[in-house]
Ligand binder design. Structure first.
Ligand SMILES: Cc1cc2nc3c(=O)[nH]c(=O)nc-3n(C[C@H](O)[C@H](O)[C@H](O)COP(=O)(O)OP(=O)(O)OC[C@H]3O[C@@H](n4cnc5c(N)ncnc54)[C@H](O)[C@@H]3O)c2cc1C
Ligand code: SF4
Length: 329
């Protein structure tokens, strides 16, 4: 690990100012960044600790809810507002990592956790456009079982590994940030990027912008939502495919739907077409299969991950079925 400076910020402005130093990065719970520093994937010159900022609130604001960027994943998953009004988010968080990691991990850090592509995480492999732009992509012709089937490019086929992000996409969250130019908000759909020709950029956040909060709109799916995570082990494993499904029901008619997939793309994959197809429908295998086909339309597998296409479709149908029945994960 390279030597680095450490600074504990006590106010957002101070944190933003401190991170403007060349090579500095914010530090949340450190469960991703410090791992990557130990393996020399990340080499910050300074860590600006943002866990002592006053950003640990979960409060009702207007009809929605605002979550401070410093709220730990365990606290968020178990918070009464989240458990009762946004169970989809609670379920997604509890499906991730381990209790110890969730106790450390923060909302801001989880949003920005980096891909688990084996070639990215191990500097033994020189070819990784995300780590070293222009070096190539070892995964495209390598072992790509965990990689993307949607929205990938010729330069990167990595996936976003977060469970929380998938639920935030289905819930249509907004990210609040502050930087040298002031405050702004970014819709979750625009927060994470597809790889295109710049796979080194995971998000549209600037390096000197601090995430301060996540805002959730008024709860719509409290009674009918389900987070389904399919993985190689039943615990302590990243998703091969995950589905965040939320339905707002009027009697037996679907009034609106939120549907996003994890483990399949460089960003949480929300399908507006699939959501639209559900509006006005009665819950049925046919309606859910149609939504699944639309959500995965255009999928392109690589050598080892063709199984993800059918797995994603089946998982969508199952998650929507359980959501319609009001089953909680
Ligand atoms: C063994 C293991 C298993 C795991 N399994 C899962 C899993 O199944 N599902 C899952 O979703 N996750 C899983 N994780 C990942 C875990 O959820 C993330 O490591 C965690 O959420 C990152 O949060 P953090 O606060 O520790 O971030 P950090 O490691 O502190 O930071 C991550 C990034 O966010 C930046 N950052 C932090 N806070 C802010 C802020 N407020 N504003 C701007 N930038 C900020 C940092 O600069 C850094 O780039 C696993 C991790 C491990 C180690
Ligand atoms: S898929 Fe992306 S992260 Fe993985 S080796 Fe290729 S460029 Fe790097």
């Amino acid at each position: 690990m390279n030597p680095f400076n450490y600074q504990r910020a006590t106010a957002p402005d101070e944190a933003v100012h401190a991170v403007s130093a060349r090579g500095a990065k914010f530090l949340g719970g450190g469960t991703n960044l410090v791992d990557l520093m130990k393996s020399n994937v990340e080499q910050p010159t300074a860590l600006i600790d943002v866990t002592h900022l006053d950003l640990t609130h979960v409060i009702t604001s207007g009809n929605g809810t605002t979550i401070g960027a410093g709220v730990r994943n365990s606290d968020l998953a178990n918070h009464e507002i989240i458990r009762t009004k946004y169970p989809l988010l609670s379920q997604a968080l509890l499906s991730g990592a381990s209790p110890q990691l969730r106790n450390m991990a923060t909302t801001g850090g989880n949003l920005l956790q980096r891909t688990r592509c084996y070639y990215f995480m191990d500097t033994v492999f020189p070819a990784c456009n995300k780590r070293t732009p222009g070096s190539g992509c070892a995964a495209i012709k390598g072992f790509n079982r965990n990689h993307a089937i949607l929205g990938a490019s010729d330069e990167c086929i990595a996936t976003n590994p977060s469970d929380m992000n998938v639920a935030l996409a289905a819930l249509n969250a907004t990210i609040h940030v502050t930087g040298p130019k002031g405050q702004r908000t970014i819709a979750i759909a625009d927060f994470h990027r597809l790889p295109g020709t710049t796979p080194q950029l995971d998000t549209n956040l600037q390096p000197d912008e601090l995430i301060t909060a996540v805002e959730l709109p008024a709860p719509k799916f409290a009674k009918h939502s389900y987070y389904l995570k399919v993985r190689d082990r039943q615990s302590y494993a990243f998703a091969l495919v995950s589905v965040a499904a939320g339905l707002a029901m009027n009697g037996n008619t679907i009034q609106s739907a939120g549907l996003a997939l994890g483990g399949v793309a460089h960003k949480p994959w929300r399908s507006l077409e699939a959501e639209k197809s559900l509006v006005g429908a009665t819950p049925s295998p046919a309606a859910f299969k149609k939504a699944a086909d639309l959500a995965v339309a255009g999928a392109k597998p690589t050598e080892h991950n063709a199984f993800k296409i059918e797995l994603a479709k089946q998982s969508i149908v199952r998650a929507l079925t359980l959501a319609a029945q009001g089953v909680q994960a």
